[in-house]
Design a protein around this ligand. Structure first.
Ligand code: 5AD
Ligand code: SF4
Length: 466
């Protein structure tokens, strides 16, 4: 292949897509593609799409409308712009995308990214291509590792996929259909990837997967490892000061993982543990396989293991059949747990999922009203959580220049952005910062002295119902 070509990748949705977008850039780099920050002037545009909630596909089609204009402009100046749609909308819609959007040359599902260079050649030879197969080969065996420079440019925090897909089939969710069956990567492959990241200066790694705590990868001697055991191993890698993992299913919080929150100091004291609803009736209809009481018990065990643990969650309002009483149970659960933050969504029927054809669909009017009420409760707890940080000293991993000259911004153990006055050579360091102001989107801190590495503070931040 000839000369450098410009690649623009736009990611929608979850961290898994951010990770996949980086992997696509890595696989294309040896073929002369250099990433650019804007689609105009790009030789290859990839939209890495998300299908989890409503309007995702519509958003993609309207973005494709904008890209069509850029492609036409490129044609006029005798350049060719190749347009690819990847991710879960690609997996779900397949050839329909080619029919609806003539601008698209290539449609590829999440299991095909390692074949991108070949697929691009095929488009050049044969014209438009759709590849949404679940191949027999393991794409991770074929995905190129990032160059040291690419890793550096992406910053001091990184995601690492440890498992993909999901076997749980919650009745509202498309993931088992778009991402396929649950597959865990072998321990050695993950360790090698984290070692490479650490060698390039990464300090914080988030292990990701659609149902990350269902992890059951092959360890040395082919023994199956749990996520808890994997966290212990990854924590041993020199240079990795902080670990996180997401997203977890409550029913897969096993003893080894709960113990890791007590025993692995690098594991940050915050956990995203989607509950979806506080009503047992709705949880059963969602096939979540845990009850409200079971969720509360798991949280209690986690808080015993790690008293300063902060919890965040996902909620769906207006699931088919959700009554006022059911919804009330969700609000009381929010108050009972005292989440440090949460995402809440109106239920949206996803074609092909069991809940989409359930009777008793809830009207949009009711969903809107419930969403506002739930969001208000969540916001109240989040504001209280942030307010409690005032005057506390946190370890902050400094990530990049901040909002104002002379400032750097980093993250607290709880993922809150913290702005501090600090010289740029402290990027990548973990410092102690005392919080002197709590803003709506950031905390403001003053630096104590740099600490490397610093043990996370144990603070009574996440008290139930407080
Ligand atoms: N409707 C609304 N929200 C959904 N989510 C997943 N599927 C749907 C759906 N059909 C939400 C869940 C999940 C988060 C990633 O997206 O809360 O945890
Ligand atoms: Fe979807 Fe998560 Fe349920 Fe799997 S566990 S089906 S990813 S909501």
């Amino acid at each position: 292949m000839s000369g450098p070509r410009k690649l623009f990748v736009k990611s929608y949705g979850c961290q898994m897509n951010v990770y996949d977008s980086n992997r696509m850039a890595d696989v294309l780099a040896p073929h002369g593609f250099i990433e650019t920050a804007a689609p105009d002037g790009a030789d290859l545009v990839i939209l890495n799409t998300c299908h989890i909630r409503e309007k995702a596909a519509e958003k993609v089609y309207s973005e494709l409308g904008r890209i069509r204009k850029l492609k036409e402009a490129a044609d006029r100046s005798n350049r060719h712009m190749l347009v690819a749609v990847a991710g879960c909308v690609a997996q779900a819609e397949g050839g329909e995308i080619l029919r609806r959007a003539s601008v698209v040359d290539l449609v590829l599902g999440p299991q095909s990214y390692h074949r991108l260079p070949d697929l691009i050649d095929r488009v050049a030879r044969e014209g438009r291509v759709v590849d949404t197969e679940f191949p027999v080969e393991d794409k991770f065996d074929f995905l190129a590792p990032p160059s040291r420079e690419a890793t550096r440019a992406r910053g001091v925090t990184a995601f690492v996929t440890v498992q993909e897909g999901c076997d749980r089939f919650c009745t509202f969710c498309v993931v088992p259909y778009t991402r396929g069956a649950e597959v865990s990567r072998p321990v050695a492959q993950i360790v090698a990837e984290v070692e490479r990241l650490a060698a390039a200066g990464v300090r914080e790694v988030t292990l990701i997967g659609q149902n990350v705590n269902a992890y059951h990868g092959a360890g040395p001697g082919r023994a199956e490892w749990t996520l808890g055991r994997l966290l212990h191993r990854v924590a041993e890698i020199e240079g990795i000061a902080r670990l996180r993992y997401t997203t977890s299913h409550p029913a897969d919080m096993d003893d080894s993982l709960i113990a890791a929150h007590r025993d692995v100091p690098q594991l940050m004291p915050c956990l995203h543990l989607p509950v979806q609803s506080g009503s047992d009736r709705v949880l059963a209809a969602m096939k979540r396989r845990h009850t409200r009481t079971r969720y509360i018990e798991i949280v209690e065990r986690l808080r015993t293991a790690r008293p300063d643990l902060a919890l965040t969650s996902d909620f769906i309002v207006g699931f088919p059949g959700e009554s006022d009483e059911d919804f009330h149970e969700t609000v009381t659960l929010v108050d009972h747990i005292g989440f440090a933050g949460a995402f809440s969504f109106k239920y949206s029927p996803r074609p092909g999922t069991p809940a989409a054809v359930m009777a008793d669909q809830v009207s949009d009017e009711i969903k809107v009203e419930r969403l506002a009420r739930l969001q208000a409760a969540i916001d109240r707890h989040q504001a209280a959580f942030n307010a409690r940080t005032l005057g506390m000293t946190f370890s902050v991993l400094l990530e990049k220049p901040g909002r104002h000259p002379g400032q750097l911004v980093g993250r607290s153990p709880y993922l809150q952005p913290v702005q501090v006055m600090a010289p740029p050579d402290l990027i990548g360091e973990i410092v102690a910062a005392r919080i002197i102001e709590v803003g709506p989107n950031s905390l403001f801190g003053v630096l104590d002295e740099p600490l490397k590495p610093m043990r996370p503070q144990r603070a009574a931040l996440a008290v139930a119902g407080a």
